[in-house]
Design a protein around this ligand. Sequence first.
Ligand code: CUA
Length: 151
Amino acid sequence: RLEKIWLAIGIAMLFVFLGVIGVGAFAMGMQPPTGHHTIDPEKVSETYPFNNPGLEQVGENEYNAYMIAYAFGFNPAKMEVPLGATVHFQVTSPDVVHGFQITGTTVNLMAVPGEVNHYTYRFDKPGEYLVLCNEYCGAGHEFMATTIIVK
Ligand code: CUA
């Protein structure tokens, strides 16, 4: 009888361990597919390269774009990109999770405090691209927008 109780406890423990492993594996699978590294969210505005947000030329018509999404706006507030440019976006947040979506493109990143998320896009069509926050981030969420002008 005592053996049965211990057997039941043993089986219960096994399920608990399997559950922990399963949850861990699930959490690993939830990592964003893009590469990212860490940054102190309280020092974003003092930390290179985000101390100088915007475009930085890194090749022939190739740029890094350092973008800060904050409550409630984007820095830089407006950006001009040369037509045909390949832009490597690097996005972070100093406060809460925001979205960084450029309408009419495949650019759709999360701006996560403590992380820098990356995405590369080539702007082959001229025009005004609306940048939106697509993660609810507080009272000013719907006012979070900026423009990228490609010409
Ligand atoms: Cu920032 Cu919604």
